[in-house]
Design a protein around this ligand. Structure first.
Ligand SMILES: Cc1cc2nc3c(=O)[nH]c(=O)nc-3n(C[C@H](O)[C@H](O)[C@H](O)COP(=O)(O)O)c2cc1C
Ligand code: SF4
Length: 422
């Protein structure tokens, strides 16, 4: 009898818009990118397209920002295009410094031209006169790839917008868009108070569009293939593909590109090869600043509209997996300590909230009794919207969801007589 042919894994059948296979380990060259239609979208736009047409295609595509906040890209571009200033700028944000997320580094290091084409398209769509590619000092591979790609673009006479490369400091908060703008201006990389938003008053006091590098690479694909082709991939409200990073918890760690609508089970089992330690999955944290998704929902399609009712979101795709042997109180404390360390100190409510989260979680760990959930909730409510940036809300999301998702663990740790969720 013929041996059964194994079904193709989701990674093998998923459309790859960004991470196309390369025959080598280095960055995709200009010639390789052109050979697969790279820069066709830009050239078509320059020959007989208009910025309005490009913005319309991106609107049809339904593309949302991949930097974490999922803001509709076409709307951001429309606001910039209509800002009424003569001088405007665009920035590609590759400031990725979230533990567990490597997708932007991998994208820039392997496919720098897709990011640069997207950056030039964003510039043309918004009427910008200069662009910056923002990376972080410790990103040696992505930096080398970007420098080579910029040299190639220049040699080909395709630099339709001056692009400068800027390296920010290696902190989490330096990836926040206004912190990135400060870094480019030579100031400390700390977030600015908003409003004004960068689209109104950004770099050097000019309207500035900041987009994540993955978002921009998607716009290059959309300019080439059309918005409708992109919108045909994914789910009702979540279009296209998303880059996910899997860490050492799975047998095959790496960055995977999958369409929205893929399930966490497919991501973990088909792409990651299952948990490396052979244990069962108890929950998933789609990104550091999201809510935990319990294992009962592993077959829910990953999308903005499906994770929202579960108190989570796809985030930036730096997936963390909690197995059934994980000390969930210690994990939550580790996350809270990360945010306490990384907050930049400018806003007293953020300093207070992140410090107090750690204090309360340490008390739970030491068995010092009930009341923790109420205290954490009140702290988060008090702090909401009181920071210059959304780190203040990002720090609260995993902590508040952990005490619900792992209610029994917290009650047990907090000591005798503590009911779950007290
Ligand atoms: C603390 C903090 C860190 C952030 N880090 C990044 C980052 O590394 N890369 C990124 O693109 N966006 C990051 N963001 C989100 C950006 O501020 C911004 O929303 C994003 O770059 C916009 O691009 P998009 O619309 O294409 O998603 C961060 C936000 C916060 C509050
Ligand atoms: S909210 Fe926190 S991280 Fe953001 S600017 Fe204020 S102190 Fe810094």
């Amino acid at each position: 009898m013929e041996p059964a042919t194994p079904a193709p894994t989701i990674a093998a059948v998923a459309p790859r818009l960004l991470l196309t296979p390369l025959p080598h380990d280095g960055p995709e060259t200009f010639a390789e990118y052109r050979a697969r239609g790279g820069y066709d979208g830009l050239m078509r736009l320059l020959q007989d397209g208009t910025p309005e047409q490009l913005r319309r295609e991106v609107a049809i595509a339904g593309l949302r920002g991949r930097g974490g906040a999922a803001f509709p890209t076409a709307r951001k571009w429309e606001l910039a295009a209509n800002s009424g200033h003569d001088t405007r700028y665009v920035v590609a944000n590759g400031g990725e410094h979230e533990p567990g997320s490597r997708k932007d580094r991998v994208l820039v290091e392997r496919h720098p031209h897709a990011v640069l084409e997207g950056l030039m398209l964003a510039g043309i769509a918004t009427g910008a006169t200069k662009a910056w590619l923002y990376l972080i000092e410790d990103m040696h591979g992505p930096r080398a790839a970007a420098e080579q790609a910029l040299r190639e673009l220049d040699e080909q006479g395709l630099m339709h917008l001056p692009i400068a490369l800027h390296l920010g400091p290696p902190t989490y908060v330096a990836g926040e868009e206004t912190a990135a703008l400060n870094a480019i201006e030579g100031k400390p990389a700390k977030p600015r108070k908003k409003p004004p938003f960068p689209g109104e008053l950004g770099l050097f006091e000019k309207p500035t569009t900041v987009n994540n590098v993955e978002t921009l690479a998607h716009t290059a694909w959309i300019a080439r293939h059309g918005g409708a082709a992109f919108a045909a991939i994914g789910t009702t409200e979540s279009k296209g593909t998303l880059l996910f990073t899997l860490g050492a918890e799975v047998r095959r760690p790496g960055v995977y590109e999958l369409p929205f609508g893929t399930t966490f089970r497919q991501l973990i089992d088909d792409c990651g090869g299952g948990l490396a330690n052979g244990r069962a999955v108890r929950a998933v944290l789609p990104a550091m600043s999201c809510g935990f998704v319990a294992a009962a929902h592993l077959d829910v399609p990953i999308a903005y509209e499906t994770l929202r009712p579960l108190g989570s979101s796809p985030g930036c795709g730096g997936v963390r997996i909690v197995d059934d042997a994980t000390d969930t109180v210690a994990l939550t404390l580790e996350i809270a300590e990360f945010f306490m360390r990384e907050q930049c100190g400018q806003c007293p409510p953020c300093r207070m909230e992140t410090n107090q989260f750690v204090h309360i979680l340490k008390a739970v760990q030491q068995g010092k009794g009930p009341g923790y959930q109420d205290k954490l909730q009140k702290l988060a409510e008090f702090s909401r919207k009181k920071g210059f940036c959304s780190l203040i809300e990002m720090a609260a999301a995993p902590v508040l969801s952990a005490v619900q998702c792992f209610a029994e663990d917290f009650a047990r740790a907090a000591g005798p007589g503590t009911p779950a969720g007290s």
